[in-house]
Every structure is written in structure tokens, then in C-alpha cells.
Design a protein around this ligand. Structure first.
Ligand code: HEM
Length: 99
């Protein structure tokens, strides 16, 4: 699995500098599939920011769910929020890699 830093670098080359997948793969010494995965595993980026979903869950409720989630505002520190977001995003990566 590639590091979060490499993932960020891949996304920068691809989306900001418009490099091709193969060019990024050879520049960073990673497999082209890893590059594609880093580009595609963006499931949460277009969704509501995870931070809002944790701090103010009732503001927008995911389709098919009841608004039973309590707000965690004031209960978790900024560092804990970042940890939670990183963890949830790591689950998205894993799902994209699954066969
Ligand atoms: C630290 C603990 C928790 C975290 C980090 C967390 C995170 C999240 C996130 C990010 C979403 C949005 C998902 C999406 O938009 O696709 C969500 C939705 C939801 N959560 Fe939590 N959650 C936590 C605790 C809880 C608890 C304790 C409950 C219930 C007792 C709960 C019930 C729900 C439900 C029903 C939804 C879907 C409806 C909605 O969008 O509000 N969650 N949660």
C-alpha cells in the first residue's frame, strides 16, 4: 500500500499538473495500478465533508437512514477529528482495492 504522502503526490501530478499515469508511475517508482487507485479512490471528496458529518450529522442525513446520529461537537478534539477522518478515508481506499 502506498503512503498517504505518495497518494497526495500522485493526485497532484495527475489533477494539477496533468501528467499521464505511466509518467507518474515511473517518476515515483510505483505500479501503474497504484497510480490509478490513488486517482480514483476519491469517494468522499464529492460527498459532504466528513468533518460536517461528524460535528453536525443532522444537517444532512444520508438517504435511507434515520437522523439518530448524535453530534460529536465538543466531545472530540481537533486531533481526534483528523484521526477519525483519516481512518474513514483509509476504509474508502480499502474498498476500492477489493476485487
Ligand atoms: C465517532 C463516532 C462516529 C463517526 C466518526 C461517525 C461518522 C459518520 C459519517 C462520516 C457519516 C456520514 C456518512 C455519509 O454521508 O455517507 C455518518 C452517518 C451516520 N451515522 Fe455516524 N458516526 C459516528 C457515530 C455514530 C453513532 C454513535 C450513531 C448512532 C447512534 C451513528 C449513526 C449514524 C447514522 C444513522 C448515519 C446516517 C444518517 C446521517 O447521515 O446522519 N453514528 N456517521
Amino acid at each position: 500500500m502506498i503512503s498517504p504522502e505518495t497518494r497526495v503526490q500522485i493526485r497532484r501530478y495527475y489533477y494539477a499538473e496533468h501528467w499521464k499515469v505511466g509518467t507518474i508511475a515511473s517518476e515515483l517508482g510505483v505500479h501503474p495500478d497504484a497510480v490509478r487507485n490513488a486517482i480514483e479512490s476519491n469517494r468522499f471528496a464529492t460527498a459532504r465533508p466528513l468533518r460536517d458529518s461528524i460535528l453536525d450529522p443532522a444537517a444532512q442525513v444520508a438517504a435511507g437512514y434515520q437522523p439518530i446520529m448524535p453530534s460529536f461537537a465538543g466531545l472530540v478534539s481537533e486531533e481526534q477529528i483528523l484521526d477519525l477522518i483519516a481512518y474513514i478515508e483509509s476504509l474508502a481506499d480499502r474498498e476500492v482495492r477489493a476485487p
